[in-house]
Design a protein around this ligand. Sequence first.
Ligand SMILES: Nc1nc2c(ncn2[C@@H]2O[C@H](COP(=O)(O)OP(=O)(O)O)[C@@H](O)[C@H]2O)c(=O)[nH]1
Ligand SMILES: [Mg+2]
Length: 199
Amino acid sequence: MRSEPRKIVVTGPFGAGKTTFATTLTDGLGGGTLVTTETGVSDETAALKTSTTVALDHTSVVVPAGPASAWPDTPVNLFGTPGQERFSFMWDLLARNMHAYLVLVDASRSASIAQAAGIVSAFARLAPACPRLVAVSRWPDPAGTRGQLAHLLGTTPSALVACDPRDLGQCTAVLRLLLDGVHTLESRRAQAATEGAHP
Ligand SMILES: Nc1nc2c(ncn2[C@@H]2O[C@H](COP(=O)(O)OP(=O)(O)O)[C@@H](O)[C@H]2O)c(=O)[nH]1
Ligand SMILES: [Mg+2]
């Protein structure tokens, strides 16, 4: 049995690993084709990478239910946003009708953390009730720095999850956590609707 498709948005600063995340899942889970629009970098980011996402990444994959999942195998439409602030008008468009979102951050660069904090608060305003996680790459000491990093990002420590976007198991685990959040929210809403119908 399969669930209906869900839309998940992957956002975060340039170089955080959004395209890598989408590529790892596409290669590892199958079920879709990655469409990515990379172009030459023309600004201050050129020293970090030679290409960046200006429009969006898209892939569709089927997330297999885990042993503890309360949901069946679930097709996911994954949209990666442009990383740079000057493309932030795209965030609003991509966030429409999403079921959950992920903010990726590279913990080894303070600039990435500062930019991610802006994205965390922008998305919290756009979608306050939406299940979300912050996936942290290049994070050597999660136990020792979780509270401090959460504070810098303006989010709760429990929202942070370590994730190397090159690792299929870790990327899949992050999607499963997001789908757990989607399922919990939908169950709560269905329960509230039932109670509303039968007071
Ligand atoms: N060593 C290491 N490299 C990483 C990690 N996360 C991402 N990368 C690399 O950092 C780069 C991120 O680039 P990309 O996915 O294009 O970032 P985007 O701008 O967010 O789409 C890629 O070359 C990844 O292989 C990590 O946890 N460890
Ligand atoms: Mg990219």
